[in-house]
Design a protein around this ligand. Sequence first.
Ligand SMILES: C[S@@+](CC[C@H](N)C(=O)[O-])C[C@H]1O[C@@H](n2cnc3c(N)ncnc32)[C@H](O)[C@@H]1O
Length: 185
Amino acid sequence: MQEIIWATRPDLIIETGVAHGGSVVFSASLLELMGGDRQVVGIDVEIRPHNRAALEQHPLAHRIRLIEGSSTAPSVLAQVQSLAANKSRVLVLLDSNHTCEHVRQELRLYSPLVKKGSYLVVFDTDIEHLPADLIGNRPWGKGNNPMTAVKEFLGKTDRFVVDEEMEAKLLITVAPCGYLKCVKD
Ligand SMILES: C[S@@+](CC[C@H](N)C(=O)[O-])C[C@H]1O[C@@H](n2cnc3c(N)ncnc32)[C@H](O)[C@@H]1O
C-alpha cells in the first residue's frame, strides 16, 4: 500500500472499514509526508467511542475524516461523493463487511470515483483460500467473499485490471487479485 500511495499520490483516500483505525492512520501518515490538503476518509458502520476519541486526538487527526454508517447507505455515499467531488486522484480501499453481496455493492458504488492511474484495493480476498476453521462463525467463506465479488466485477468491466506486478512483488498477501488498477476513465 505504501508503494501504491506514494506512486499515485492520491488527493483523497476512501477506506471502508475503520475498526481501531490502524489503516486510516497508516494512510494519513503517508498523506502527511506528501503534504497539501490530502485526506483519508474512513467509513465504518460502528465507530466505537474509544476508537473515535483516539483518532480525534491523534497528531494526524487533521488528515482523517470519519463517517459512521454502512458504506452502502445512500446518505454515506452522498457524503463521500461530495468529499471526492473536487479531487482528481482518489484511491479506494475496501475492508468492511467481507460478504460477496456487500463487496459487490461497494464495487458498484465506489469504483466510479477511481480514475485512470489510480487503484481500488479489495482486502481479504484471501478468504477464498482459508480453511473453514480459520474463518470461524462469519457470514463469509469460500465462494462468498471479496474475491467472489472481484471476479464477478472484473467480468463486467474493462476499467480495472489486477495489477500483476504488485502480486509478483508481494508473494504473500491478504489481497490476492485485490490490487485493481484503473486503466480507463
Ligand atoms: C477488518 S475491519 C477494518 C480494519 C481496518 N481497515 C484496518 O486495517 O485497520 C472491518 C470493519 O468493517 C466494519 N463494517 C462491517 N460492516 C460494515 C458496513 N456495512 N459498512 C461499513 N463498515 C462496516 C466493521 O465494523 C469493522 O470495524
